[in-house]
Design a protein around this ligand. Structure first.
Ligand code: D5M
Ligand code: FE
Ligand code: ZN
Length: 525
C-alpha cells in the first residue's frame, strides 16, 4: 500500500512530507483517500506541489472527503487507475521549492524543504541486468559453430577446475597413455553407463584424446557421486591408471563456494508459469495475487510483506503460447499469441509500484533453443508499453540492489528427471543443487532441452548467484544451498491433460517471496 500511495502522488507530481503521509495512512481507506485528495488538489502547475500535514488538516476540515467503503472493484475503476510512472529520476526533491496548490480553498502553506523521507527514498529501483544473451550474435548452424560451442564450454569449465588443488597440473588424455601411476585429468563426458557387474564406466575426452574411467561399486560414496554424472558435463578425475582404464578415486565438479549472506531490506516476489491464455490458467487466484502485491489483500502480516515488495521476477511461461504441443488449441481460452500477451499486459499492468523482470520459457514467443532471447517486442507490444517491466533472456543474471539473481526457466530439469537416479520434477531443488555444482544450466546435449550451438556457451554458470530462480516443473521448491537461495516458483496453471498422463501434480498459486532475506510462500487459491 505504501508504494501505491507514494506512486499515486508521484504520478500527480506531488511530493509528500512525512506528516502528510502519516495522516493519509491513518485514513480508513488510505488509497481511496489519496485518490480523492489528488483529484481535489489538481490540476498542479509546472513545478512540484509539496503536500504537508497542514494542507491535509485543512482539506479534512473542509469535508471534501467522504470515507468510502473499501472495495476492490472501485479501486479497479479505470478512471482512477493509471499505470504508474515509477521512475522519475529527474525530480528534484532536494531544493524544497514546491508549487502551492491552486485550489482556492487551501491556505498557502509555508515553503519548506521536503524531508528525505524513507518513502521517497524508496525510488528509483536499483536494478541492473548483469548478463543477457538477447543481443548476442547467434549461430548460423554450421558444424564449426558446434565445435566452437563445446570448446567454449570445455574451456570455461576447465578454467574453474584448474583452480582446484586436487587438479593442479593435470595431464592431458594423450599424456595419460604413457602413465601407469596416479593420474589427474579434466574432460568432457562422452558417455556414462553401468557395466554388467554394476560398476560405472565413464568415457571422457579433451582436445588431445579420450579416457575410460571405472568407478567400482564397492567404493560406495564415489559410486553414488558417479550416479550424478551426466553426458556433456565437464569434470575432473583423479585415479590410477590400470591397463587401458583409469580407476577413479575422486570425481571432481567445478563446484560452488559457500557464499556470505548479503543484507536485504526489501522483498522480491518470484513467479513463473502463469500460462495466461490456457483454459487452466487460474485467473481468480492470480487476481488475488495482484491485489495482494498492490497492498489490498491478505492478513496483516501478508500486507506488511506486500509493503516491502520492490521486485517481481518472472522466470518464463508467462503465456501458454500456441502450437507448443499437438492439439494445444483445445486447451486454450485465448488462441492467439498476440492476444495472450495483451491479456498478460492487462494483468501485469495492474501491478503497481513494483519493478517486474520477465524472462521467457518454452511456451513463450521466443526461439525455443537456449539461450532464449527476451520475448520479442513484436509479440508483446502492450507488455513493452508498461514502464515498470524489463525483459531479459533465459537464462539471465540480474542484480536487485546488489542481490544477484540467476534466472533460468528450467527446461533441463526434464533431462535430469529422466536420466539421473533420484532426480524428479517434484524436487527441482536437488537438480538446481547439481547444476550449481556442475556450473552449467543444461549440461546434457541432444535430449529434450534444445540448445543453440552458439560460439560461446552462455549456459555455463560463471558467477555465483545469491538467488537461483527457476520454474518449468510447476512444483514449488525451496532450499538454501551453500548460502544460495534455490527457488522454484511453481505455477498459476492447474493440472493439464499432459501432466495427468505423467502424474505431475502442480502446486498452484503458491508464491515464494524473499522478504528481507527470509522465505515466505503465500498461497492464493
Ligand atoms: O511444463 C509443464 C510440466 O510438464 C513440467 O512439470 C515439465 C513437464 N514437461 C513438459 N514437457 C515435458 C516433456 N517433454 N517431458 C517430460 N515432462 C515434460 P511446460 O513447459 O509448462 O509445458
Ligand atoms: Fe510451464
Ligand atoms: Zn515450461
Amino acid at each position: 500500500m505504501q508504494k501505491k500511495i507514494i506512486n499515486r502522488f508521484i504520478d500527480a507530481e506531488i511530493l509528500l512530507n512525512d506528516t502528510a503521509y502519516e495522516k493519509i495512512k491513518s485514513q480508513e481507506n488510505s488509497l481511496k483517500f489519496a485518490e480523492t485528495l489528488i483529484k481535489n488538489l489538481s490540476p498542479s502547475q509546472d513545478g512540484l506541489l509539496i503536500l504537508t500535514g497542514d494542507i491535509i488538516d485543512q482539506y479534512l476540515s473542509d469535508k471534501h472527503y467522504d470515507h468510502p467503503h473499501p472495495d476492490y472493484q472501485d479501486y479497479c475503476d479505470p478512471d482512477i487507475y493509471q499505470d504508474p510512472d515509477v521512475l522519475k529520476p529527474d525530480r528534484n526533491i532536494q531544493d524544497g521549492e514546491g508549487t502551492i496548490p491552486k485550489n482556492p480553498a487551501e491556505p498557502t502553506p509555508p515553503m519548506r524543504p521536503v524531508p528525505q523521507s524513507k518513502l521517497i527514498k524508496e525510488l528509483p529501483y536499483n536494478f541492473e541486468i548483469l548478463k543477457d544473451t538477447s543481443k548476442k550474435s547467434y549461430t548460423n548452424g554450421e558444424i564449426k559453430d558446434f565445435s566452437a560451442y563445446f570448446g567454449s564450454r570445455y574451456h570455461k569449465l576447465r578454467e574453474m577446475l584448474h583452480k582446484k588443488k586436487e587438479l593442479k597440473s593435470p595431464q592431458t588424455m594423450q599424456e595419460l597413455e604413457n602413465l601407469q601411476d596416479v593420474v589427474k585429468v579434466i574432460g568432457m563426458i562422452n558417455d556414462v553407463r553401468t557395466t554388467k557387474n554394476n560398476h560405472k564406466l565413464i568415457e571422457m575426452e579433451d582436445e588431445t584424446g579420450k579416457a575410460t574411467v571405472l568407478v567400482h561399486n564397492e567404493n560406495h560414496d564415489l559410486f553414488e557421486e558417479a550416479e550424478m554424472v551426466v553426458k556433456d558435463e565437464v569434470m575432473g578425475v583423479v585415479g590410477t591408471r590400470k591397463g587401458s582404464l583409469v580407476m577413479a578415486s575422486q570425481l571432481i565438479n567445478p563446484g560452488i563456494p559457500r557464499i556470505d549472506e548479503k543484507p536485504m531490506d526489501f522483498a522480491t516476489v518470484f513467479l513463473s508459469d502463469t500460462h495466461i491464455g490456457s483454459t487452466t490458467f487460474l485467473k481468480d487466484a492470480f487476481l488475488k495475487f495482484i491485489r495482494w502485491i498492490n497492498g489490498d489483500y491478505g492478513d496483516q502480516e501478508q500486507m506488511k510483506i506486500a509493503e516491502n515488495v520492490r521486485y517481481l521476477v518472472v522466470a518464463g511461461d508467462i503465456v501458454d503460447g500456441i502450437g507448443v504441443y499437438p492439439n494445444q488449441d483445445k486447451e486454450l481460452i485465448i488462441k492467439d499469441i498476440y492476444q495472450q500477451y495483451e491479456e498478460a499486459a492487462r494483468l501485469f499492468g495492474e501491478i503497481d509500484g513494483v519493478k517486474i523482470i520477465i524472462a521467457p520459457g518454452n511456451h513463450d514467443a521466443s526461439r525455443l533453443a537456449e539461450p532464449q532471447p527476451a520475448i520479442p517486442e513484436e509479440y508483446a507490444k502492450d507488455l513493452y508499453q508498461l514502464k515498470n517491466v524489463a525483459f531479459v533472456s533465459n537464462p539471465a543474471l540480474i542484480s536487485l540492489e546488489g542481490i544477484n539473481v540467476l534466472m533460468y526457466h528450467g527446461r533441463s530439469f526434464d533431462d535430469f528427471a529422466m536420466t539421473v537416479k533420484g532426480m524428479s520434477h517434484q524436487q527441482s531443488d536437488l537438480i538446481m543443487n547439481e547444476l550449481l555444482e556442475k556450473r552449467h544450466l543444461a549440461p546434457i546435449y541432444g535430449e529434450r532441452t534444445p540448445l543453440a550451438s552458439e560460439i560461446e556457451d552462455h549456459l555455463v554458470i560463471e558467477e555465483v548467484p545469491d538467488v537461483f530462480h527457476t520454474g518449468h516443473v510447476h512444483i514449488n521448491a525451496y532450499k538454501r544451498y551453500k548460502g544460495i537461495h534455490l527457488i522454484n516458483s511453481g505455477t498459476f496453471q492447474s493440472q493439464t491433460e499432459f501432466q495427468k498422463i505423467y502424474n505431475i501434480v502442480p502446486t498452484c498459486g503458491q508464491v515464494p517471496v524473499l522478504n528481507q532475506g527470509s522465505m515466505k510462500v503465500l498461497k492464493f487459491t
